[in-house]
Design a protein around this ligand. Structure first.
Ligand code: OKP
Ligand code: ZN
Length: 350
């Protein structure tokens, strides 16, 4: 399989996130991806590539899933922040005010603090000098992986961070800025697949991906995740969210309680894959988070290293060309082994 790596990921290396009333060191660190690369050096299950540097095509692809005013804001956010006060260059940007129910989101505020609130949903996702460059190169990886699969590869992996599945049409949050899985799905659609499915196996609900495709029937979105009644992102991911308008029936959420057993998790995976088959998807995007691991510090499922091999094998048996995007996983030292286990299981069963 082809693996597209984000060589710029280290440029997003933020310091502190708001967590339970404190600013704590960010969970989503560059070391996560370094561990995957180190494991790939030991177990080369695929060939490493840099994404195509096709800037105009990437911008057009991003504009198909994100709002122009959001992309413009994110691209310029750091320069605006530093222009407000040169001393800001030593600080990461965190939003602290949001337009909740009854507030207006149609008026674009002049205030930077207001705009960063408008375009985000939590205070856990700092923006820093290199965030845009890192996220954009990650999007390039997702697009290149989808183009490789459109061109006949059976499988490709976008090995990137920051992750993407919480990023919506016009908001960032949950450590995510650009939605790599959505971009891969849209790219597959644009290059010949009539119907695509996104299967999100990260511990957290893929709220951004769901929202991007909620009104569409050409992209099925399926997510198995910790029940939002107790788990982040809390405000989306319930079982009764089935899509709207033309997209009604093209969204499936499989929330599971914190502490769910591995056996039950794999049963939910079967239900998700059955929906993918019923949709008659011609290509599959897997939003691959390994924060379902028993040792994950912020999650509540119990998968072990071997289970990721089984996951990869099962994904291969879906019989579809597959693009995987790297999402969460915060037991940093184990992220490499678990991710490469998925890839090894997949490649062995293709
Ligand atoms: C990103 B991804 C829990 C706060 C957790 C956000 C978690 C984002 C996970 N109290 N902060 O889906 O792995
Ligand atoms: Zn997650």
């Amino acid at each position: 399989m082809k693996i597209f790596r984000n060589a710029l990921h280290r440029r997003h290396d933020a310091r502190l996130e708001m967590y339970r009333g404190r600013l704590v060191p960010c969970h989503e660190t560059p070391a996560r991806l370094d561990h995957v690369l180190a494991e790939l050096a030991r177990r080369p299950v695929g060939s490493l590539h840099d994404p195509a540097p096709d800037d105009a095509a990437l911008d057009a692809a991003l504009a198909a899933i994100h709002a122009p005013r959001y992309l413009d804001f994110l691209a310029g956010a750091w320069d605006e922040w530093v222009a407000l006060d040169p001393a800001n260059a030593d600080l990461d940007i965190l939003p602290a005010v949001w337009p909740v129910r009854g507030f207006r989101a149609d008026v674009l505020p002049e205030s930077f603090a207001a705009r960063i609130g408008l375009f985000s949903f939590d205070a856990g996702s700092p923006v820093m000098a290199g965030t845009w460059a890192a996220a954009r190169e990650g999007a390039a990886c997702a697009r290149s992986a989808a183009l490789a699969v459109s061109g006949g590869e059976r499988a490709a992996f976008a090995l990137t961070r920051p992750p993407g599945h919480h990023a919506g049409p016009d908001f960032f949050g949950g450590y995510c800025f650009l939605n790599n899985a959505a971009l891969a799905a849209q790219t597959l659609r644009d290059h010949g697949a009539a119907r695509v499915a996104v299967l999100d196996v990260d511990y957290h609900h893929g709220n951004g991906t769901q929202t991007i495709f909620y009104g569409r029937d050409d992209v099925l979105t399926v997510s198995l995740h910790g029940d939002p009644r107790t788990e982040y992102p809390f405000f989306l991911g319930h079982a009764d969210e089935r899509g709207e308008g033309a997209g009604l029936g093209a969204n499936l959420n499989l929330p599971l309680p914190r502490g769910t057993s591995v056996a039950t998790w794999f049963e939910a995976l079967e239900a998700g894959l059955a929906a993918v088959a019923a949709h008659r998807a011609e290509a599959l995007v897997v939003a691959l988070g390994v924060d379902t691991f028993e040792g994950d510090p912020i999650s509540g499922f119990h998968l072990r290293a071997d289970d990721y091999l089984r996951l990869g094998e099962r994904l291969a048996r879906a019989g579809l060309p597959v693009v995987l995007t790297m999402e969460g996983g915060y037991a940093v030292a184990e992220v490499g082994g678990n991710v490469v286990n998925v890839l090894e299981g997949l490649v062995a069963s293709l």
